[in-house]
Design a protein around this ligand. Sequence first.
Ligand SMILES: [Zn+2]
Length: 364
Amino acid sequence: MKIKEILGALERFAPLPLQDGFDNAGLQVGLTEAEATGALLCLDVTEAVVDEAVTLGYNLIISHHPLLFKGYKSLTGKDYIERCLLKAIKNDIVIYSAHTNLDNAPGGVNYKIAEKIGLKNLRILEPKQESLLKLVTFVPQAQADEVRQALFNAGCGCIGNYDSCSYNTTGEGTFRAKEGANPFCGQVGKLHHEAEIRIETIFPAFRKGTVLKALLTTHPYEEPAFDLYPLANTWNQAGAGIIGELDEPETETEFLRHIKKTFEVGCLKHNRLKGRLIQRVALCGGAGAFLLPRAEAAGADVFITGEVKYHDYFHYENSLLVAEIGHYESEQYTQEIFHSLLKEAFPSLEVQLTKICTNPIKYM
Ligand SMILES: [Zn+2]
């Protein structure tokens, strides 16, 4: 299969519009028309990782952290990023990154961390705001099922663990086709009454282009009537961080030992122990300390993330246990998400997790 088909599957799982404003997720370098010879999965792209792909004969590297974040005016190999790019180009290797779009996607980075800890009843800690639209359209009764299904196929009607959600009412539409029109029903110059179904359904705003295309290609009218409304609803299926519960409460020490072991943490930092029992766990892989206020407001017993500032240790001392487990350690299992996605979608594709530990931080 072509590399672009593989990237398409990744983007169906973690759509690029879900990435944060600062991010540069997506294709980093390379031509995606080529047939894939294998995919190497990693958290970070380093020269050693590109070398590993060359040795394996793989022409696709999929990373969590983007290689490129800023603009370059020359490409001379003066830093490791430029050397990775040059090496990739020279060896016809495509580098692709799924970063905050994978953090914010259902089933993404934080779900994987929660799975490793054994959390149940998962909810997004900071759901996306104002990213849903409502579509209302009016379809002749005989075509309503086809149009509705096309809208669902384009991403409409997903609410929580339900899909195909819509509301339908019957009514009557009127129109008069003018000279030059080619009406699906009725006659030019005559007022026409048509029994129609009003279909209402919601969708993530970033799918607007796909949804309107589906509507306009399946709706039988020359000029389909439709309304788009912005919604103030939160989109609970996408966003930052996760909160969930352990089956049984653990003491702070038991819990921290469990985390240290699960994530092979060289040095686990935490704030003062207060003798709490830990059951409700909030977390965010990588630099997730911005979610500390959310975790506190959600009544979490502990917040786990990769990086925390000194003063946050003071600030949350009385409200929750804060555990800083390292950026790499917290996100290392992200590669497993890529692995299961690719193995399911492309069973014959050679896929390997990198054997290189790219964590740049060492502990004495
Ligand atoms: Zn990260």
